[in-house]
Design a protein. Structure first.
Length: 108
């Protein structure tokens, strides 16, 4: 099968799904955009594998940004990635404080 035939078959299957999700609106569009975002991020991370990107953080940031847009409107969309960054930094600080406390207790 040639590349052109493959693309035409994907379009024939995908276009009705896209039109159906847009017609239904709401969470259906959210699911469609979420799948598209995760597939796009996956392809980006495959290309940038040598740079060792933070894959899970990217996926979580995309999901949180889209959830912010769906639940709170477009003004809440930018809250996802900074919220994720805050969570990652507070988790790292918690680990460092726990390690420091443990080392202080056992005298290392």
């Amino acid at each position: 099968m040639t590349e052109l035939v493959s693309r035409i078959l994907v379009a024939l299957v995908g276009l009705p799904l896209v039109f159906g999700a847009v017609w239904l609106g709401g969470w259906w569009v959210f699911a469609l955009v979420l799948v598209a975002a995760l597939v796009a991020l996956h392809e980006l991370y495959v290309m940038a594998r040598a740079l060792r990107p933070l894959v899970l953080a990217g996926y979580a940031g995309a999901v949180l940004a889209l959830l912010g847009a769906q639940l709170g409107g477009l003004e809440w969309m930018p809250a996802g990635p900074p919220g994720l960054l805050w969570w990652l930094m507070s988790s790292a600080m918690g680990c460092l404080l726990a390690r420091a406390a443990l080392y202080g207790l056992i005298g290392l």
